[in-house]
Design a protein around this ligand. Structure first.
Ligand SMILES: [Zn+2]
Ligand SMILES: [Zn+2]
Length: 424
């Protein structure tokens, strides 16, 4: 059953007009702004145009011009894919454990070229999957924060792939606008790239299609939120991707009020160890009367806008149990049935831990996505080999080169070869 959000207010008409003007202006804001439609040539008829429109139980099809946003289920992390007509944009890519899932999700949607890849910030639960995608799919333009002093291996890999693929990386400033098919998006955070804390430097965008809008700001912190409010940045949006996975150190009641969303989507891992989402944030969302969607409870969540209404692919969950509550429930279940393979596996192969203290919260996340389950393979992203879980070669793989995959054919398609020792 789909959920329909009716857009409030009449300012939409004016925004629509403004958008039309912007769209007509095309690339008049310099090289930062491109009309992706102009570039989609030479890739064959299929290139980037495969319709992602989903049918609902009434047999309706989302219109061809609709703007679709998929909030991917990447466990503890964030990743969103945006599509309209023949334009595609990825906003963050989740962590290492779901990197190959994100790549195959994009391929399954028919993405052969990305017009934009937006990296909110350089924490691994946002950046890791992006590196995987940039390795696999061509991209016209990468938007990312200025280097705020990141010193992690995944950041090195990011720089390396940008160099190898000769990718154009720009660091847009507050207020900059970009065209995206019939829509546009504006940079709404950060106020500057000078915050000490990495999360505060999160590059956030407000995506607009006629009367509808989506706000996605990575792990934007309360400090950053306060500055945006002080500057009077327009953050009012229909759909709000909760900041920092619903953390209590973001999503202040004042900020939520300014956003005034009709729907809030929280991307976080079920039973994560950080307390996401926080009870106080869930209470604020409840007080706002906004619909609540959660990837930890509902998996992938899809929202499609026809410019007037936004339709979700499922009912809002309206489940206000906080991360810690769910974690407690889960540990009780674990006590009942301990010793599963997945648990052992998580202890054997740990995700990369950053040295930067500020990143430790994000970086120490345990994998909890299904892709690390029983029938998964361990990848060496450096040598492009894949192994069975217990293969002795796995111990020799450097942590920063470890990846996961579950689809053998997909892996081979991505250029991976089976290990000769374990013959997966
Ligand atoms: Zn994060
Ligand atoms: Zn972060």
């Amino acid at each position: 059953m789909r959920k329909r959000i009716v857009k409030r207010g009449s300012r939409g008409f004016l925004i629509g007009l403004l958008l039309l003007i912007l769209a007509v202006c095309g690339g008049c804001q310099g090289e930062g702004q491109k009309n992706p439609a102009d570039e989609n040539t030479g890739l064959g008829e299929d290139a980037g145009t495969k319709a992602p429109a989903f049918s609902d139980d009434r047999g309706e099809e989302a219109s061809n011009d609709s703007l679709t946003v998929w909030f991917l289920d990447v466990g503890q992390g964030s990743a969103a894919l945006v599509h309209q007509k023949d334009s595609w944009m990825l906003i963050d890519g989740g962590d290492k454990e779901t990197s190959s899932y994100v790549v195959s999700f994009l391929k399954q949607k028919g993405v052969t070229k990305l017009d934009y890849v937006v990296i909110s910030h350089y924490d691994s639960d946002h950046l890791n999957g992006v590196v995987g995608v940039l390795n696999a799919i061509p991209c016209s333009q990468v938007l990312a924060p200025e280097d705020y002093g990141t010193d992690t291996k995944i950041y090195d890999s990011f720089q390396q792939v940008c160099k190898e693929k000769e990718l154009a990386v720009s660091h847009p400033q507050l207020g900059e606008e970009f065209a995206f098919s019939h829509s546009s998006f504006r940079v709404v955070s950060p106020a500057s790239y000078e915050y000490e804390e990495g999360n505060s430097n999160s590059l956030g965008i407000r995506l607009e299609y006629e009367e509808n809008s989506f706000l996605i700001c990575g792990d934007c912190t309360e400090e950053s939120e306060q500055d945006l409010l002080y500057l009077g940045v327009d953050v009012k949006s229909d759909v709000f991707a909760a900041n920092h996975h619903g953390s209590r150190y973001s999503n202040s009641p004042e900020f939520l009020e300014a956003v005034s969303p009709n729907a809030v989507v929280i991307s976080c891992g079920k039973g994560n160890s950080y307390g996401h989402p926080d009870a106080s944030v869930l209470l604020s969302v409840q007080n706002l009367g906004a619909d609540l969607y959660r990837t930890d409870l509902q998996g992938e969540i899809t929202a499609a806008s026809d410019g007037k209404n936004i339709v979700f692919d499922q009912e809002a969950c309206m489940d206000y149990r906080s991360g810690p509550e769910l974690r407690e429930e889960e540990s009780k279940e674990d006590d009942k049935d301990s010793g599963s393979d997945i648990k052992l596996f998580q202890e054997e192969v740990r995700p990369y831990y950053g040295e930067d203290e500020q990143l430790s919260e994000e970086e120490t996340e345990q994998p909890n996505h299904e892709s690390v389950g029983e029938d998964s393979y361990i990848l060496n992203t450096n040598t492009k080999k894949f192994h069975k879980k217990g293969c002795s070669s796995v111990e020799e793989i450097k942590e920063e080169n470890i990846g996961y995959g579950s689809d053998r054919e997909e892996l081979i398609g991505m250029g991976y070869a089976p290990c000769k020792r374990c013959e997966p």
